[in-house]
Design a protein around this ligand. Structure first.
Ligand code: CTP
Ligand code: MG
Length: 169
């Protein structure tokens, strides 16, 4: 029982790791020009907001892809994992932008909390982007969806304590 649980946990983290790294890298490396260029949407609010930077996006894409390449080397399947890493990273980043777009439409300011969307939006997009190439079993997908919110909240709190983030969530 415990063995099966640990196996599932390991498979979930192994599969989704590029998305996690793509989501975390911008917190450390992102700054500078915003993706939306500071422009506003038709509702008068920012399209995405100043928290979504070009540098953060590229840093996340590169960092997540590097994880995929390393996984590929470790697993002896370089092409599949490189491609998977790129798709998961791109999906996570696009999902994060989508989340910010929705938050701004709901009048939630940059850095404001959107429970659920903040913790799972990027993961759902990562899985969607990966799906043409490969998806894990439904048990592994379910495990990913269950473990991601607590992991996201824990790492965000740690980043806040380390002074990398201004909000603890
Ligand atoms: N970040 C970035 N570029 C991105 C995504 C994130 O530079 N494409 C950086 C920003 O410094 C951002 C931090 O990572 O403040 C944390 O990311 P996130 O929590 O997604 O952004 P928020 O500031 O909370 O903004 P939002 O409300 O739009 O989610
Ligand atoms: Mg946030």
């Amino acid at each position: 029982m415990l063995n099966e649980f640990l196996q599932l946990l390991g498979a979930a983290i192994w599969f989704i790791l590029p998305a996690y790294v793509a989501n975390a890298a911008p917190v450390v490396l992102g700054r500078g020009a915003p993706i939306d260029g500071g422009r506003r949407f038709t509702d008068g609010r920012p399209i995405l907001g100043a928290g979504k930077t070009i540098r953060g996006f590229l840093a996340g894409l590169i960092a997540g892809s590097v994880v995929g390449v390393l996984q590929g080397a470790a697993a002896g399947q370089p092409c599949t994992y490189a491609m998977l890493g790129l798709l998961l990273a791109l999906g996570a980043l696009v999902g994060d932008l989508f989340g910010s777009f929705i938050k701004r439409r709901l009048n939630i300011p940059r850095g404001g909390a959107a429970p659920g969307l903040d913790q799972l939006g990027f993961i759902v997009f990562a899985l969607l982007f990966a799906s043409p190439l490969m998806l894990p079993s439904w048990e592994v997908i379910l495990t990913i969806l269950i473990i991601t919110p607590p992991i996201h909240l824990t790492t965000n709190f740690a980043s806040y304590k380390l002074g990398l983030k201004s909000k603890p969530y």
